[in-house]
Design a protein around this ligand. Structure first.
Ligand SMILES: *Cc1c(COP(=O)(O)O)cnc(C)c1O
Length: 427
C-alpha cells in the first residue's frame, strides 16, 4: 500500500527537514522501533538501513540504555551547568577523554552537532586571539564536506553539494578547498595554508569519510598531510567526527586509524546511541590552557541552556558501556566486507558509477537521481521491507553497527531490486 497524499496534506502542523512539503509524499507514521527494525502504525516492519541519521549504533531501544535512562529518571533529569554539575556529566567527560587519542581531555557539552561545530570554531578563534593572532579568524574546509545547518557551520560546508547554496551571499567568507589526495596536492595545500595562515584560525575536516556532503572517502595519509600542513603554519585542526565517531569507519574514532590527534574534535550523532540529543566539542589540554587567565572575558563565551543534560549524559554513558562490553567496533569493522559483498551486484547496474564501503558505511553512487525517481525509490524500498533514504545521488547504508546478516540481506536486496524496479538496467 503506497500513500498518495503529499506531506503538506498529511501533516497540517509539522514542518519537515529538507522537504518540499508540496511535492514530497507523506512521511511514514512510526509506532515502535526495536533492534534494527522500525514498525509502522499500519503494521509494516522495515529494516532501518540508516539508523536514523546514523545515531542508533546499537539498534533501537537497547535494554541497557533503557535501563540506564529509567534509573536516571528517578534522581535527576536536568540541571544547568552554570554553577552546578552532576555525576553523569563528569563521568561521561572523563570517559570520553579516556577513549579519545592524545590529550583531548576537555569536554564542552552542547545539544546538537551543529552547535558543537560552532563551539569548536569559537574555541579556535579565541585560541588564536590568546596566542596574539587576532587576525586568524577564518576557516579552511573541503569540497564535499558537511558540518551542520547553522550559519557558521553552513559557511564551512561544501558551497554546492552542501544543500545551502541559497545562503551563499549571507555566509561569512571562508576557504573551501578540494581535499588534497596526491603528493602534489598535499604540497600545494601546505603551500596554500602557509601563505594564508595570517587569516586562518583552523582547518575543519571530517576525517576519512565526508558523510552528508556525498559519502566520499579519503586516506589516512591525506589526513596526515593535512595535519602536517596545519602544524607547519600554526593552524589548528578540528576533526568533525560527528558522523565518523563511535565505530562507524571501523575504529572507535577515525582519528585512531589516521594516527592523528587534532586540536579539537566534535562528537554527536551516535553519542547517546540514538536516544537523546547530545553533542560535545573536546579540546586538547594545550588549547584549553590558552583560556586560563585572570580576565573573566577570556573564558569560553558559550553556554547552551540544556548543555550536559543528565538524561542525555546517562544515555551516553550507557552507550559507552556497550562499546566496552560488546564487540561493537569489531562488528562495524566486519560489516565492511559484508557490505562490500552484499552491494557488489549493484556494480552491474548501468547507472551505478561507484560502489564503495568503509567500516559500517556502504555507498552506491548513481550518475544521477531525479526528485521523481527519489520518490519512487522510497516506495520501492519500503515495499521490500527496507528504510533507505538517499542523499543527493548517493544511495547508502549506515545501519546499526550490530546489524545481523539476515537484516543486511533484506537491505542489500531491497537496494538492488529497488534500483532495478525504478529504472536501473543490468549491463
Ligand atoms: C550531522 C552532522 C552535523 C550536524 O549535526 P546536527 O546534530 O544535525 O546539528 C555536523 N557534522 C557532521 C559531520 C554531521 O554528520
Amino acid at each position: 500500500m503506497t500513500t498518495t497524499k503529499s506531506a503538506v496534506e498529511a501533516e497540517p502542523h509539522l514542518w519537515l527537514p529538507y522537504t518540499q512539503m508540496q511535492t514530497t509524499a507523506a512521511p511514514l507514521a512510526v509506532a515502535r522501533a526495536e533492534g534494527a527494525t522500525i514498525t509502522l502504525e499500519d503494521g509494516r516492519v522495515l529494516v532501518d538501513g540508516i539508523a536514523s541519521w546514523w545515531t542508533a549504533c546499537h539498534g533501537y531501544r537497547h535494554p541497557h540504555i533503557t535501563a540506564a535512562l529509567s534509573a536516571q529518571l528517578e534522581t535527576l533529569h536536568h540541571v544547568m551547568l552554570g554553577g552546578l554539575v552532576h555525576p553523569q556529566a563528569k563521568t561521561l567527560a572523563k570517559r570520553l577523554a579516556g577513549l579519545l587519542p592524545g590529550f583531548l581531555e576537555r569536554v564542552f557539552f552542547a545539544e546538537s552537532g551543529s552547535v558543537a561545530v560552532e563551539v569548536a570554531m569559537k574555541i579556535a578563534v579565541q585560541t588564536q586571539r590568546s596566542r596574539g593572532e587576532p587576525s586568524r579568524h577564518r576557516f579552511v574546509s573541503f569540497l564535499g564536506g558537511y558540518h551542520g545547518d547553522t550559519f557558521a557551520t553552513m559557511s564551512v560546508c561544501d558551497p554546492e553539494e552542501g544543500m545551502h547554496h541559497l545562503f551563499r551571499d549571507v555566509l561569512a567568507p571562508q576557504f573551501t578547498r578540494p581535499l588534497p589526495t596526491t603528493t602534489d596536492e598535499h604540497a600545494a595545500f601546505a603551500a596554500f595554508l602557509n601563505q594564508e595562515r595570517h587569516q586562518i584560525a583552523a582547518v575543519v575536516l571530517e576525517p576519512l569519510v565526508q558523510c552528508a556532503g556525498g559519502m566520499r572517502f579519503h586516506s589516512p595519509e591525506d589526513v596526515r598531510a593535512i595535519k602536517r600542513a596545519c602544524d607547519a603554519s600554526g593552524t589548528l585542526l578540528i576533526f568533525d567526527e560527528i558522523a565518523t565517531g563511535f565505530g562507524r569507519t571501523g575504529t572507535l574514532f577515525a582519528a585512531e586509524a589516521c594516527e592523528v590527534v587534532p586540536d579539537i574534535i566534535t562528537l554527536s550523532k551516535a553519542l547517546t546511541g540514538g536516544t537523546l540529543p547530545l553533542s560535545c566539542a573536546v579540546a586538547t589540554r594545550e588549547v584549553f590552557e590558552t583560556f586560563l587567565d585572570d580576565d573573566p572575558l577570556r573564558a569560553l563565551m558559550h553556554g547552551p541552556t540544556f548543555m550536559g543534560n543528565a538524561l542525555a549524559c546517562a544515555a551516553a554513558n550507557a552507550s559507552v558501556d556497550l562499546f566496552e562490553s560488546e564487540p561493537r567496533v569489531a562488528q562495524a569493522k566486519a560489516l565492511e566486507e559484508a557490505l562490500a559483498t552484499a552491494l557488489a551486484p549493484c556494480r552491474k547496474l548501468s547507472d551505478v558509477i561507484d560502489v564503495r564501503c568503509r567500516g559500517a558505511i556502504g555507498v552506491v553512487e548513481l550518475d544521477a537521481l531525479s526528485p521523481a525517481r527519489l520518490q519512487r525509490l522510497r516506495d520501492a524500498f519500503v515495499d521490500r521491507g527496507a528504510w533507505i533514504r538517499p542523499l543527493g545521488r548517493v544511495v547508502y547504508l549506515m545501519p546499526p553497527l550490530n546489524l545481523t546478516s539476515a537484516d543486511l540481506d533484506v537491505l542489500a536486496r531491497a537496494l538492488f531490486d529497488g534500483l532495478s524496479a525504478t529504472g536501473s538496467k543490468t549491463r
